[in-house]
Design a binder for this molecule. Structure first.
Ligand code: SF4
Ligand code: SF4
Length: 472
């Protein structure tokens, strides 16, 4: 039977109450934003919109050219999961478009609602806060729009405007504040980072009988690895996979306690913080005098890395080409050149499928390398239906700063298409190079009861499977 996802009946307002908690003043202060909503917020928001329209021609084009054709309407996982029309990409974008029309187009000013225009009121701001934080900035809709309109860019603009008037979410602002304080999203202090690396070294010794290192702050190493910090605490099999890979290839590497985070929640908030968080990676590379920076298994980190590093904080020409480079590109290059001995049968207990993280695939154009690593390390690999992978991949349901428990209904609704695609192919392991997908998808599999032989489907990284198959 062909794979098919049902289009839900329209349920206006069903997701209207599912809101992220508001940011705390101390976090807003730490990340250079107003501690609370400013008094003259309407005027300042409209001024900010004007500034963005002048800076980013694409934004005005997207707001002007939408034909309201509806081709994107059923392409968003959050609409498919909730049925709320404000989660249709076109309708989500209209939340900003109506304000743009009211203040910046003569027809909107003259004819108001009849021309799809509305002033920025308390109610409109509430809609923005709700629905622009039910968009994971995944860009799936843009792959289906005949005009190439990127609703994620519209969400990014709306969040930038809200941040400028002191409106943001607790989760996103807390994470950015932790990066400035500790160097990573989880708030792990340097000593704890080092301790955990030593702990994993001991585990590796017990498993392999070899001294495989997880070096920290080693000046002059060839490679600086910037992983998502979750790899050193939650997804430790991924971290172990990296360590085994570098060890087997004989390449010196290090992590940095100044910047042990590839993730960049500035991407989900505003450009100033995006730039400042991103800069830390190059600063760490200069401090440690490395030749290469390798981005670990993190989706939005790679999007921020590949799309913004050179333009915001470059040039990167103090590093060896190619740059920036993702760990899957790095590892695949070594694998195809025969740098490793592999025992694929080590993964024979798994039927593996691959979930393309939106930011790795659609925004980062990394489609083949992770698959090539999986095919080289697993005998049993199966692809999910074509409409759910590669450029058409569905978001896990928690990207874009949505991985927070108070909007669990939104997250589970958004994860449903991926859950059904995994169920359809019957895999018992989902490999994905993204820390957010690795945190979200186990919950999704449990919630939607995606099971094989009574066991909930497992989720892990690409390097977890390489680590199992490497002969050391
Ligand atoms: S960017 Fe993704 S989450 Fe946002 S509207 Fe488009 S499909 Fe939905
Ligand atoms: S597919 Fe493009 S043009 Fe059509 S409604 Fe969606 S954003 Fe507008």
């Amino acid at each position: 039977m062909a794979f098919r996802l049902d289009i839900p009946p329209l349920e206006p307002g069903v997701a209207a109450e599912w809101q992220c908690y508001a940011a705390k003043p101390k976090d807003m202060r730490a990340i250079h934003l107003p501690e609370e909503r400013v008094e003259d917020w309407q005027r300042r928001a409209v001024d900010k919109l004007q500034e963005l329209l002048l800076k980013m021609r694409s934004l005005q084009v997207y707001l002007d050219i939408c034909a309201q054709c509806g081709a994107c309407a059923d392409k968003c996982q959050f609409y498919l999961g909730t049925g709320d029309p404000n989660n249709m990409p076109v309708q989500r974008a209209n939340l900003l478009r109506k304000v743009y029309r009211y203040y910046f187009t003569p027809v909107g000013r003259l004819f108001g609602r009849a021309a799809g225009a509305e002033p920025l009121t308390e109610e409109v701001l509430r809609e923005w806060y709700t629905y622009f934080y039910q968009c994971s900035e995944c860009r799936r809709c843009s792959a289906f729009c005949p005009y190439g309109i990127d609703t994620a860019e519209i969400t990014i603009a709306a969040r930038e405007i809200m941040a400028s008037i002191g409106v943001a979410t607790k989760y996103v602002t807390e994470v950015v504040a932790k990066v400035y304080e500790t160097g990573n999203n989880l708030g792990i202090p340097p000593l704890a980072w080092k301790d955990n690396c030593e702990f994993l070294e001991e585990e590796l010794y017990e498993e392999t009988g070899q001294r495989i290192r997880l070096p920290v702050d080693e000046e002059g190493a060839e490679v600086l690895l910037v992983p998502p910090s979750a790899d050193n605490f939650a997804n430790t099999d991924t971290m172990i996979g990296y360590a085994k890979m570098f060890h087997a290839a004989g390449i010196s590497w290090t992590t940095s306690t100044y910047c042990n985070e590839a993730g960049n929640f500035g991407l989900f908030l505003n450009y100033r913080n995006l730039k400042q968080v991103n800069k830390r990676i190059l600063d760490a590379a200069r401090m440690l005098r490395v030749k290469k920076v390798v981005w670990g298994e993190c989706g939005h980190a790679w999007r921020a890395g590949i799309a913004f590093t050179d333009t915001m904080n470059g040039p990167m020409d103090f590093l060896e080409v190619p740059y920036p480079i993702h760990i899957c590109e790095f590892t695949w290059d070594l694998l195809r050149r025969g740098a490793f001995r592999i025992d694929k049968s080590a993964n024979d207990d798994l039927l593996v499928t691959y979930h393309d993280p939106c930011n790795v695939a659609r925004a980062g154009q990394l489609l083949e390398e992770p698959r090539a690593i999986l095919r080289a390390t697993c005998n049993r690999f199966v692809e999910m239906p074509a409409d759910t992978i590669r450029e058409r991949t569905y978001c896990c349901g928690a990207g874009g700063g949505l991985l927070t428990d108070e909007i669990m209904e939104v997250r589970m609704a958004g994860g449903k298409p991926r859950a059904e695609a995994v169920r359809y192919v019957g895999a018992n392991y989902v490999a994905t190079p993204c820390a957010i997908c690795k945190a979200q998808l186990p919950e999704v599999m449990k919630h939607w009861r995606v099971e094989v032989d009574g066991e909930v489907v497992r989720v892990g990284g690409v390097h977890d499977l390489l680590g199992r198959a490497l002969i050391l």
